[in-house]
Design a binder for this molecule. Structure first.
Ligand SMILES: NC(=O)c1ccc[n+]([C@@H]2O[C@H](COP(=O)([O-])OP(=O)(O)OC[C@H]3O[C@@H](n4cnc5c(N)ncnc54)[C@H](O)[C@@H]3O)[C@@H](O)[C@H]2O)c1
Length: 348
């Protein structure tokens, strides 16, 4: 199968590119190379005859038409997005432009191409979204595919809008789509502005470990390579027009994640001068509108498509910390990028 992957130089997109090429799929990686992109993430497949890269913006209809015409993909996996909630609080405009207008532009380009090809039944447009569209849970309950949308940040609102557009293009034009909504990812190549890499890298630098509020917010963590595997499963086996919630059934409070990372680092790279990394934990002002709890009910993807994660949270955190210890050149090169290492998203 030939896949057009948007956002393939980002965190999750690059895991999809590496896995798909590794499984023998042809992959065209379309990415605008924003601040969040890193072509190093796909270096291991860059020389493969199965791989091609197109620097293009999903808001650029002419560029998309050219890419579809030149590469003639069998499927689109749409991951390109602005993805950082804190940045969406400081500058929501880019999130609307990329996540909403960009998705609309890509849908139209895909529809034009699909119609031009004679509406092949096997064509797929897979829209990759987040569990954040469902809003915030209390202490109990989980998000199912039937949970009403209730986004609460500019990021999640823009992703919710894009989900609605994709469903509408299926209902109105018959475009063969599948959708997935996933919980928080972590793992190798995670851009150093998100919680887990920030904690690992600040700890290694002996800097304070910032925890928003009291660290009580609960997330349902999924190892990124398991997510990539789930996405290929949804693409290949998912029912048309259907959405699948993807999660690792690994709920943890942010403060627990931070303490676990500190413990792993205490074993692997004891602090110079002694002491425990957890002594560096510092509680900072909370994110405005910070959703309390996300939790995914993955029954549908497990029972209908037979998918389940391969890695526990304990194993995944260990692998992740080790990856950052082994790949200092990768993260050092990103630390000078705009906004990295700063507190963003305080909304005044
Ligand atoms: N990170 C998570 O925990 C998580 C969880 C669930 C769903 N998602 C979704 O998965 C997708 C990928 O997330 P990620 O964490 O890998 O994001 P990321 O920020 O690491 O990567 C996004 C990529 O998209 C590219 N991009 C941004 N705007 C573009 C544009 N206008 N045109 C073309 N390319 C553009 C960037 O250059 C970057 O390479 C997103 O759609 C996100 O909403 C993420």
């Amino acid at each position: 199968m030939k896949l057009l992957v948007t956002g393939g130089a980002g965190f999750i997109g690059s895991a999809v590119v590496r896995l798909a090429a590794g499984r023998g799929h042809e992959v065209v990686n379309l990415d605008a190379l924003t601040y969040a992109a890193c072509l190093e993430n796909v270096a291991e497949v860059a020389e493969s005859p199965l791989y091609a890269f197109e620097e293009a913006d999903i808001r650029d209809a002419a560029a998309l038409d050219r890419v579809f015409a030149e590469h003639r993909p069998d499927a689109v996996m749409h991951l390109a997005a602005e993805s950082h909630v804190d940045r969406s609080i400081d500058g929501p405009g880019t999130f609307i432009e990329t996540n909403v207008t960009g998705t609309y532009t890509l849908l139209e380009a895909a529809r034009k191409y699909w119609v031009g090809q004679g509406r092949p039944e096997g064509f797929r447009f897979h829209h990759i979204s987040t569990d954040e569209v469902f809003g915030s849970l209390g202490a109990t309950g989980k998000f199912t595919e039937e949970t009403p949308y209730d986004p609460r940040s500019p990021y999640s609102a823009s992703k919710a809008a894009s989900d609605h557009l994709v469903r509408a293009w299926h209902e109105t034009y018959g475009l063969p789509v599948v959708l997935s909504n996933c919980s928080n990812n972590y793992g190798p190549y995670h851009f150093p502005e998100k919680l887990i890499p920030v904690i690992i890298l600040n700890a290694l630098a002996g800097k304070p470990l910032p925890v928003y509020g009291k660290g009580e917010n609960v997330r349902d963590w999924l190892y990124v390579e398991d997510h990539a595997d789930a996405l290929l499963t949804v693409l290949e086996k998912g029912a048309l027009g259907r959405s699948y919630n993807i999660g690792g059934e690994n709920e943890a409070k942010n403060i627990e994640i931070v303490r676990r990372i500190c413990g792993i680092l205490d074993d692997k790279r004891p602090r110079e001068g002694g002491g425990a990394y957890a002594e560096l934990i510092e509680f900072v002002a909370d994110r405005p509108g910070h959703d309390l709890r996300y939790a995914i009910d993955p029954t549908r993807i497990r029972e209908e498509l037979g998918w389940r994660p391969s890695v526990t949270l304990e194993q995944g955190l260990e692998l992740t910390v080790q990856w950052y210890l082994d790949n200092e050149d990768w993260w050092r090169a990103l630390q000078g990028r705009q906004g990295v290492g700063e507190r963003l998203g305080k909304a005044g």
